[in-house]
Design a protein around this ligand. Structure first.
Ligand code: C2E
Ligand code: CA
Ligand code: CA
Length: 735
């Protein structure tokens, strides 16, 4: 633009001068000159622009060649003139300042082993009028080898004379190296002993290797596109997997053990490593998981663990794990104020068998003994072998020390049975020593020592018996065992009796009902109160048949009342917790009622409060059935348990029996009296009849009467007495 303004000014200035000198003609000449020079300047300007563009595109071409590592060449086959691009010089590592490239120099750089082939290819191509492509090596001056890919073609004259060849050479050294690395990795992937799984950023499986198929049973086609969770055995929790993914997210890596399921359903533990491959922007591109089956390792570990904790011969726990378990059980017992019994068992005369018949027979015997010991205890108890013929049983969750005696009895009879081993029929008996936490020791050592001492005591006492460490316990346990044995026989021997205690209606003074209370006519000990044997009967399950006996005997007595012309006195029968739980009381009641033509309301079933409240839902169900039948229901020992008012309202009760302990308080303790008052009030509010138990004094009677209690039972009127006596009592009272 400036040039144009310059020319215009120059033209104007020139025109003015010529005008001054030559007039109008001069002015025209001046403008002609201006136009001529302007056109000339425009031509040169355009030419330099074209040259600029040419240079720029040549530069770009060089850059492009450098980046792509492609050089180009051209040979004029007529003039033999050669052109090599900069990149070509670089690829063949020829210094352009040392003379321009030519075919000879080019061939020199080709690896000697490839030279002939390359030369041939070029010449063939010219001859055959075909473009060519060839890969060959280049051997550089300093001995490095490069890979080059050549492409070329020739231009011909109409008569077929070759005019010029053009071509490119590309340095593919890096590409080839990468390819061979890739193929190496591919081979590793294919032949790896570890299963490998690659999934995309959404964890869809992209590919798996053959080891994966071998391990899981799934082929590549079956899993591609699916989530690896199809492999899961469902043993790990969702929290486990959440933790795993959190670690992968945070560290890009995780490894650990998980349980998978094979296609055929078998589950196995695997050691899994997962790593994340990110793209350039830092986004997840792939997840690479590799894993191995470690079930063999786990099995070996388990076997080692078993060997370390068990006795090789019998498979029982060994001394080491016994101590472990004992300490654990003691810790639990300390917390729950529980008991733990430790029972040392030594086989009598075992040494003799071993010495005379050989170790093999001895071993067989020990195995058999261990199996029998197992059968004597619950699964939660521990049976161990200390070595030789010494065994230990550890019992937990004992209610009574005497339960240990019951187990010891079982062991005595089971181990004492004959053994048939090979051709031999063998006999052995156990000597058993028992120590109990917390009475006989506070820690494992003291208990082991004392159980051992008790066992020696058993040996000295003539073998084939058991001894408690504490002699007093021996007596108690033996007594209880004695009761248990005798109780089993008592029903058959008809040793049970029923006594009856009258319940008096305060207002009328008449007998409203009687309560049947069991007694045991023991052959040696005389008449026993229920407190001495009901507990054992409940523990051994004997309460079931005994309870039925009581029921039938009570019904018979009631029938006798009716037959003797006593129409309105009812019969109270105590029902144990075990009966509530396991027998069909309704069926029993129906049987008695029909057999003796009784009115259902004449039977009062007494259920203790603690039982009712311990299993309220079950109780409601049972009581509803009985109530619908018309049986009268009483809640016994009321006030001793923790009744919930809502349940009290739900139970279809007719009567509450105020426990003796409250009646005892009357006139003694203001608190007891308050509770007594409250209970009476409660019964009245619930619309229930109240029976006060254990009324022994006139004072108690007056007090209860004043509070509106209408039924009483106690020594003040009568102790529990046999059937004929109670009948006489009723006659005297009721007229
Ligand atoms: P329970 O059902 O609370 O029976 C009342 C107990 O209080 C009876 O004791 C009775 O003799 C006693 N007794 C009654 N009046 C007085 C009194 O004025 N003073 C004192 N000190 N005691 C009095 P027993 O006969 O020894 O029965 C004890 C427990 O044995 C009964 O308590 C009951 O729970 C249970 N029982 C009795 N017979 C049977 C039965 O046939 N089956 C079941 N499952 N349990 C029974
Ligand atoms: Ca009772
Ligand atoms: Ca009672």
């Amino acid at each position: 633009m400036l040039q144009h303004i310059g020319l215009l000014l120059l033209g104007c200035a020139g025109g003015f001068v010529f005008f001054q000198i030559y007039g109008l003609a001069g002015l025209l000449i001046a403008f002609g000159l201006v136009l001529f020079f302007g056109a000339l300047a425009g031509f040169y300007q355009r030419r330099s622009k074209v040259i600029d563009a040419l240079q720029r595109s040549q530069k770009q071409l060089h850059e492009a060649q450098r980046l792509a590592r492609i050089g180009s060449w051209e040979v004029d086959l007529v003039t033999k003139e050669v052109y090599w691009s900069d990149e070509l010089y670089r690829i063949f590592e020829i210094d352009p300042t040392q003379g321009s490239g030519d075919y000879g120099r080019f061939l020199q750089t080709v690896h000697p082993d490839d030279r002939k082939r390359v030369d041939q290819a070029y010449k063939n191509a010219i001859e055959s009028h075909q473009p060519y492509e060839i890969e060959h090596r280049v051997l550089t001056a300093d001995g490095r080898i490069k890979q080059v890919r050549e492409r070329g073609e020739t231009v011909y004259a109409d008569d077929g004379t070759p005019l010029r060849s053009i071509g490119t050479a590309q340095d593919i050294t890096d590409i080839r190296r990468m390819e061979s690395e890739m193929s190496l990795l591919g081979t590793a992937f294919q032949h790896s002993g570890e299963a490998i799984l690659i999934s995309d950023h959404e964890n869809r499986i992209l590919t798996v290797n053959p080891a994966f198929t071998t391990l899981t049973g799934y082929t590549q086609e079956e899993v591609v596109g699916r989530n690896p969770s199809i492999l899961s055995a469902g043993r790990n929790t969702p929290e486990d997997y959440a933790k795993m993914w959190a670690a992968i997210k945070q560290n890009g890596y995780w490894q650990g053990e998980v349980w998978d399921r094979r296609k055929n359903g078998g589950i196995y533990p695997k050691w899994l490593s997962i790593s994340v491959v990110f793209d350039d922007e830092g986004n997840v591109r792939y997840y690479m998981a590799h894993f191995t089956d470690i079930s063999a390792e786990r099995a070996a570990e388990a076997k080692l663990h078993h060997m370390a904790h068990h006795d090789m011969l019998t498979g029982l726990f060994n001394r080491y794990s016994l101590k472990d378990r004992l300490e654990h059980s003691l810790a639990v017992a300390r917390r729950n104020s529980g008991r733990v019994a430790l029972m040392f068992i030594d086989l009598d005369r075992f040494k003799g068998i071993n010495d005379t018949l050989g170790h093999h027979v001895g071993d067989e015997l020990l195995i058999e003994v261990s199996q029998r010991l197992h059968k004597c205890v619950r699964d939660s108890d521990v049976v161990a072998r200390l070595g030789g013929d010494e065994f230990v049983i550890m019992l937990t969750g004992l209610e009574h020390s005497s339960s240990a005696a019951t187990i010891a009895e079982k062991v005595l009879s089971s181990v004492g049975e004959p053994y048939s081993i090979g051709p031999h029929l063998l006999y052995t008996t156990p000597s058993i020593g028992i120590a109990i936490y917390p009475m006989d020791g506070n820690d494992s050592e003291a208990l082991m020592k004392n159980a051992d001492a008790a066992m020696y005591h058993a040996k000295n006492a003539g073998r084939n018996n058991f001894q408690f460490f504490d002699a007093k316990m021996n007596e108690a346990a033996l007594e209880r065992l004695g009761i248990e044995h005798a109780l089993r026989l008592a029903l058959g021997r008809e040793e049970f009796r029923l006594h009856f205690q009258p319940v008096i209606d305060i207002r009328t003074g008449r007998v409203a009902s009687v309560e049947a209370l069991i007694r045991w006519q023991h052959p040696e000990k005389g008449l026993l109160a229920p407190g001495l044997f009901i507990g054992v009967a409940e523990e051994t399950g004997l309460i079931q048949p005994i309870g039925e006996w009581v029921f039938w005997a009570a019904c018979r007595q009631l029938a006798d009342f009716r037959a003797a012309g006593i129409p309105d006195v009812k019969m109270g029968i105590n029902i144990s917790a075990i009966q509530m739980r396991s027998s069909d009381l309704a069926l029993l009641a129906k049987g008695g009622i029909t057999a003796h033509s009784l009115a259902p309301g004449d039977l009062i079933f007494e259920i203790t409060e603690s039982v009712a409240m311990a299993q309220p839902d079950e109780t409601v169900r049972v009581l509803d059935v009985l109530h619908d039948m018309g049986v009268t229901l009483a809640l016994d020992d009321f006030g001793t348990g923790y009744s919930s008012l809502s349940y009290l309202r739900m139970f279809p009760l007719d009567k509450l029996k105020l426990d003796r302990s409250f009646v005892e308080e009357i006139g003694q303790d203001i608190d007891g009296q308050v509770i007594c008052d409250a209970t009476i009030g409660l019964a009245q509010n619930l619309g229930l009849q109240l029976i006060a138990e254990g009324v022994e004094t006139e004072e108690q009677l007056d007090y209860l009467k004043a509070r509106g209690c209408n039924l009483v039972q106690g020594y003040l009127f009568s102790r529990p007495i046999p059937g004929d006596e109670v009948m006489a009592f009723i006659r005297a009272r009721n007229g």
